[in-house]
Design a protein around this ligand. Structure first.
Ligand SMILES: [Zn+2]
Ligand SMILES: [Zn+2]
Length: 339
C-alpha cells in the first residue's frame, strides 16, 4: 500500500509499505480521506522532533475492507463507512481506571498513528461505523470535534452563558460551533481579518481584534461587566494568558485547549484565582464518549464543518508534499489528503 511518510524536515514522500496485518479483533479500514492536524504539521516542521520516518494521520474516514478472524461479518460488513479513534485505551492503566482514557498511558507520543496511508488496522473497540450518507470529508472531523466535545464536557456551559474563544483557527472554529449549539453568547478574539469574518459567518456574536483593541476590556463591555463564564484558549502564544484570565467573570473557567510551544511557562496572579474562584484547566485529546458524540453530530448533519470552509482543500496522495506545505501556512484551515 501507499503511505505518506515524513522523511525529513519539511519533506514528505509517498512510499510503499506493507498492508497492516490484522489481529483477531481488528478491522482493516480502507482510508478515503485523512486530514493534516497540527500534530502532523509540527512533526513535519520538526518542532516536534519525533524519530523519522514518521507516518501520522489520526483524522480519517474510510470503509471496512477486511475483518480479523474473530469478527462477525454480519456485524462489521465490508464496505461500511467508518472512522477510528487512534488513541488507545487499555482499560487497566491508572488513567483509564480514572475514566481518563484520553490520556491512556499505553499511548506512545512518538507513535506513527498510521492514518496517512491506504489502509489502517483498527480494533473494534475503537471503530465507529456510520450510515452511508455522511461524506468522508465530514466524517474525518470526528477526532477534532471529539476533542472539542471533551473540552465542553469539562466546562458545563449553560444556556445564555458568555464564552470567549481565543484564536479562530480550525479548533477555535469548532469550539465556536459547539458553544453556539450549547446556547452561549460567543465572543471570538482573533487578529486575522479573514478569520474574524468567517467566525461571524459561523455564528460568533461578537469579534475583536486583540492587536487593535484591549480584548479583556472588550469582553467586559460585551458582557455588561459580568465577564466570561469560560475562556477557551486555542492559540500557542503564552504572552496572551494574563489577558485571557482578565476576561473571566466570577467562578469563570480558563481552559487550555491547545498546547504551547516550545514550553508553557508563564505567570498569572494566583490571588485572582483565590478571590474570584477561577478554575484553570485543560483538555487532551478526545474521550471515548466524546468521540462517539462527535460521530453522532457529523452523521446526523448537526455539525457540517466540511461545508463551512473549515476544510480548505483536498489533495491527492501523490501531491502530499504540496498538501503539507499548504497545511503549515498560518492562514489555512484543514487540508485533507485523498487516498
Ligand atoms: Zn487532530
Ligand atoms: Zn490505559
Amino acid at each position: 500500500m501507499k503511505a505518506v511518510v515524513i522523511v525529513d524536515k519539511k519533506t514528505v514522500e509517498l512510499q510503499e509499505r506493507p498492508v497492516p496485518e490484522l489481529k483477531a479483533d481488528e478491522v482493516l479500514l480502507k482510508i478515503e480521506r485523512c486530514m493534516l492536524c497540527t500534530w502532523e504539521q509540527r512533526v513535519f516542521l520538526r518542532m516536534q522532533p519525533f524519530p523519522l520516518p514518521y507516518i501520522g494521520g489520526h483524522e480519517f474516514a474510510g470503509t471496512i475492507a477486511a475483518l480479523g478472524s474473530g469478527l462477525d461479518p454480519g456485524k462489521y460488513p465490508v464496505g461500511r463507512k467508518a472512522t477510528g479513534r487512534v488513541i488507545p485505551f487499555c482499560g487497566e492503566c491508572p488513567s483509564c481506571r480514572r475514566g481518563a482514557e484520553n490520556m491512556c498511558e499505553t499511548q506512545n507520543q512518538e507513535n506513527n498513528f498510521g492514518g496517512l496511508a491506504e489502509y489502517i488496522a483498527v480494533p473494534v473497540t475503537q471503530l465507529y461505523m456510520v450510515n452511508d450518507s455522511v461524506p468522508f470529508e465530514r466524517l474525518a472531523f470526528a477526532e477534532p470535534l471529539g476533542c472539542v466535545i471533551t473540552c465542553f464536557d469539562k466546562l458545563d456551559i449553560k444556556l445564555g452563558d458568555y464564552v470567549v474563544i481565543v484564536g479562530a483557527g480550525m479548533m477555535g472554529m469548532l469550539n465556536l460551533l459547539t458553544a453556539k449549539l450549547q446556547g452561549a453568547y460567543v465572543i471570538v478574539s482573533e487578529p486575522d481579518e479573514r478569520k474574524r469574518e468567517l467566525a461571524e459567518k459561523l455564528g460568533a456574536d461578537a469579534v475583536v481584534n486583540p492587536l487593535e483593541t484591549d480584548a479583556a476590556e472588550f469582553v467586559k463591555r460585551e458582557t455588561s461587566g459580568q465577564g466570561a463564564r469560560a475562556v477557551i484558549n486555542c492559540v500557542a502564544f503564552k504572552e496572551i494568558i494574563p489577558q485571557c484570565m482578565d476576561m473571566l467573570g466570577i467562578k469563570g473557567t480558563f481552559l487550555m485547549f491547545g498546547k504551547m510551544f516550545p514550553d508553557g511557562k508563564t505567570e498569572f496572579d494566583l490571588n485572582a484565582i483565590h478571590d474570584r474562584e477561577y478554575v484553570v484547566t485543560g483538555t487532551m485529546s478526545a474521550s471515548v464518549s466524546a468521540f462517539q458524540r462527535a460521530v453522532n453530530l457529523l452523521e446526523r448533519g448537526i455539525v457540517r464543518p466540511d461545508e463551512l470552509c473549515l476544510l480548505e482543500k483536498t489533495f491527492d496522495k501523490a501531491q502530499c508534499q504540496e498538501a503539507f506545505e499548504a497545511a503549515v501556512r498560518p492562514d489555512t484551515y484543514r487540508i485533507a489528503i485523498r487516498f
